[in-house]
Design a protein around this ligand. Structure first.
Ligand code: BGC
Length: 760
């Protein structure tokens, strides 16, 4: 179809109509012009194609599909290829089902452990989030199926998600919340973006031109179309002008009419409608042109892929010589989740899995398995009978593996958690089992951090997250050593909820949610505060061990326009093949800016045979050293020394070196009468020009300190004198310069200096 020609043929009513869905899941067809309707479906980690038109919250069953590990899990793999493979498999399923766009990935930052949708989100770190999103998108789109990266922007809580405004300062938005989207938009070019329900600094995302157009398209080069989250439209005309192209699911024609009226009354330029129509048609065209009518997919093969992926996602948090388990031993599997795993979250991402394999089923024949349920997951009641039975079973085995975590009702779209605990009945079960069975391992199913009051009482902890429909098999693969665990935490597990930086303000007051912790999200905060955490960002164990050596930087000094190459050797020093996630953090030394101590700027996952060494290479450019400067509204590198830190986790840095980076551009500067003498003295070129003023101050300072010796030697210390001078604004000479200069003379010198030095 020739999009431009079609637009010329379309009536205004047809154009306005195309800018909203025909039902919950389809765009509108225009039969007379050969424009087909296309289907959109959730997303993100499995296909949720629904026949019912009125359900976007996963209430009704969708077609049978594969539930892959949710984003919380797959982010722990830190594996770009793996998530690409998952995306590709999703794309194949979409082609088979004639779904043109799958609604995901969801890349919102995990600001608080409480967010109800954390399980759908990747990380507290924007670099990890954007890298995972990039490869998810590339995988899906390699099958010529679109993605809809969501929820743009700053949708980090479910509480009042449809109306609350996220109040965030410019630097924090850029460094944390926008950054999670930025890399993926630039590098993977998603076909569509979904705007969020919430507002950003007082303007709804669906009407926010700054983000939907100026940044998304203007700065990042986005070329697809923007759709609304389901029901996120308030003022349709404003939205269209801001860059919201498609309204989903539609408003039964009300908003289409508003568009038509606005154009007829001259309140809306028809060109803006044409532009949205063109963007939508381009994507429809892209899909239909590449449609694979006879696309097939193999359910069992995709299930196996889900199992393989989850095997790479699990994070071994504790292992006191207990794992892997011996095959053929007598093992007690305990807990409801051993028999029916919690493997996905509630809401729009809920997949109708074609099969679910529990650990109990998967372990059959591998060991002598005995089982006890231990708790109910639909109510938090300590059932003594169940506990006693579970303890008896545990006592009779060599090892007890307790499957625990958060029940469905604890985390879901639509509402946030109110605490970070697991149900009491599960905590109690683990404590009692650990008392009777010294060899106890806990396997966790949860989409977000939890408190672990029993962590010291057990020998092993395996974080499986919400691992998709094959999680039971993947758990057994790892527990018995067929798969060597290689996931690392994509988020910090604080010791308690109160430690989280957003704790005081999370959820907000009324319709305002203030992000007062600024850029100090996750490890950026815990590290700066030197706070003890339960498990740090980037942490995870393996059944083998790795040695880090030979860190080399391609240079000791660079300009901010250069590329720095960093190499390091990693050796598998254990007796098993294994995978390691090598992390690179950058931290500014002696910065004048309030910055995190270090930030993740690179990671590589490598596979090593026992005894094998591999060289890992990272490339760092300007952005790796930058912070977002709100004076120039751009990324900026302070001239100075930066540490290159290579670690096994954010708290286990093995090797470090320093690079000096020189900023090519200087920040704009202008003297005013309020510039302090301290700041002035740091600019040698200005010192020269303002020598006469500096001399006056020096004399007056000398006079002051003279008095000190004679009368009261404690009243003015040298430090105080220096500080007084350093922090005194130039205009201070009027009060402290003994009347030797007038205000007009001061402003004259300041103006002349600006003209000579800074206003070129
Ligand atoms: C969710 C989106 C989802 C959409 C369609 C909304 O409630 O926030 O993530 O894609 O529904 O189901």
């Amino acid at each position: 179809m020739n999009v431009k020609e079609i637009i010329l043929e379309m009536t205004l009513e047809e154009k306005a109509g195309l800018c909203s869905g025909s039902d919950f899941w389809h765009t509108k067809a225009i039969e007379r012009l050969g424009v087909p309707e296309v289907m959109l479906s959730d997303g993100p980690h499995g296909l949720r194609k629904q026949d019912q038109s009125q359900d976007n919250l996963g209430i009704n069953d969708s077609i049978k599909a594969i539930c892959f590990p949710a984003a919380c899990a797959i982010a722990a793999s830190f594996d770009r290829e793996l998530i690409y493979d998952m995306g590709k498999a999703l794309g194949e399923e979409c082609q088979h089902e004639n779904v043109s766009t799958i609604l995901g990935p969801a890349v919102n930052i995990k600001r608080s452990p409480l967010c109800g949708r954390n399980f759908e989100y990747f990380s507290e770190d924007p670099y990890l989030a954007t890298e995972m999103a990039t490869n998810h998108i590339k995988g899906v789109q390699s099958e010529n199926v679109g993605t809809s990266m969501k929820h743009f922007l700053a949708n980090n809580q479910e509480h009042r998600r449809m109306s609350a405004s996220s109040e965030i300062d410019e630097r924090t938005l850029r460094e944390i919340y926008l950054a999670a989207f930025e890399g993926a938009v630039k590098n993977a070019k998603p076909w569509t973006i979904m705007c969020s329900y919430n507002g950003i600094n007082g303007t709804l995302a669906s009407e926010n031109k700054k983000y939907l157009t100026d940044i998304l398209r203007g700065e990042w080069g986005f070329e697809g179309y923007v759709m609304s989250d389901w029901g996120a439209v308030n003022d349709r005309v404003k939205g269209l002008e801001a860059g919201l192209d498609l309204e989903m699911p539609g408003s039964n024609g009300v908003n289409d009419n508003r568009i038509v009226q606005a154009v007829k009354e001259g309140r809306l330029d028809e060109k803006i409608v044409d532009q949205a129509v063109e963007r939508i048609l381009n994507i429809i065209n892209r899909y239909t042109k590449n449609r694979k009518e006879d696309a097939e997919w193999d359910m069992e093969a995709h299930h196996d892929l889900a199992r393989k992926i989850e095997g790479e996602c699990m994070v071994l948090l504790k292992n006191e010589g207990i794992l892997p388990l011996k095959k053929g031993g007598k093992i007690a599997l305990i807990g409801k989740f051993a028999g029916s795993p919690r493997y996905q979250g509630g809401g729009s991402s809920h997949v109708n899995s074609f099969k679910i394999v529990s650990a109990l089923t998967a372990a059959e024949g591998i060991a002598d398995i005995i089982y006890a349920q231990g708790y109910e997951d639909n109510q938090d009641i300590i059932n003594e009978e169940m506990l006693n039975r579970a303890c008896d079973v545990a006592k009779n085995a060599e090892v007890a593996v307790v499957f625990a975590g958060l029940p469905d009702s604890f985390e879901s779209e639509g509402y946030d958690r109110i605490h970070m605990s697991m149900p009491n009945c599960q905590n109690e079960l683990i404590k009692r089992i650990a008392k009777v069975q010294p060899n106890t391992v806990v396997v966790l199913h949860n989409g977000s951090p939890i408190e672990m009051p029993w962590a010291d009482d057990v020998k092993g902890i395996l974080e499986a997250y919400l691992g998709g429909q094959a999680v039971g098999e993947a758990c057994v693969d790892v527990l018995f050593g067929d798969v060597n665990p290689s996931g690392k935490l994509p988020e910090t597990f604080p010791r308690k909820l109160q430690d989280n930086p957003s704790y005081l303000y999370y959820g907000g007051e009324g319709d305002k949610s203030e992000y007062r912790e600024g850029v100090f999200v996750g490890y950026r905060y815990y590290d700066k505060k030197d706070m003890d955490v339960l498990f740090p960002f980037g942490y995870g164990l393996s059944y083998t061990t790795f040695d880090y050596s030979n860190l080399k930087l391609s240079s000791k000094e660079m300009k901010d326009s250069d590329i720095l190459t960093v190499t390091v050797d990693i050796t598998n020093t254990g007796d098993k093949e294994g995978k390691e996630i090598v992390q690179l953090y950058v931290g500014a030394k002696d910065s004048n800016i309030i910055r995190p101590l270090k930030e993740l700027r690179g990671f590589e996952k490598i596979s090593l045979n026992k005894g094998e060494t591999k060289n890992v290479t990272f490339s760092l450019s300007k952005r790796a050293f930058s912070y977002y400067n709100t004076q120039i509204h751009d990324w900026y590198v302070e001239t100075g020394d930066y540490q290159i830190l290579i670690g096994k986790s954010s708290r286990d840095i093995i090797l470090k070196d320093t690079i000096h980076v020189e900023a090519l551009k200087k920040l704009p500067f202008k003297l005013t009468v309020n510039t302090t003498f301290g700041d002035l003295l740091e600019r040698p070129e200005a010192v020269e020009e303002l020598k006469s003023l500096i001399d006056i101050v020096k004399v007056s300072m000398e006079d002051m300190t003279k008095g000190k010796d004679e009368e009261n030697s404690d009243a003015i210390s040298d430090d105080m004198g220096n500080a007084m001078l350093k922090y005194m604004p130039i205009r201070g000479i009027l009060s402290f310069g003994g009347g030797s200069i007038t205000y007009d003379e001061i402003t004259q010198i300041v103006d002349d200096t600006n003209k000579k030095l800074y206003e070129k």
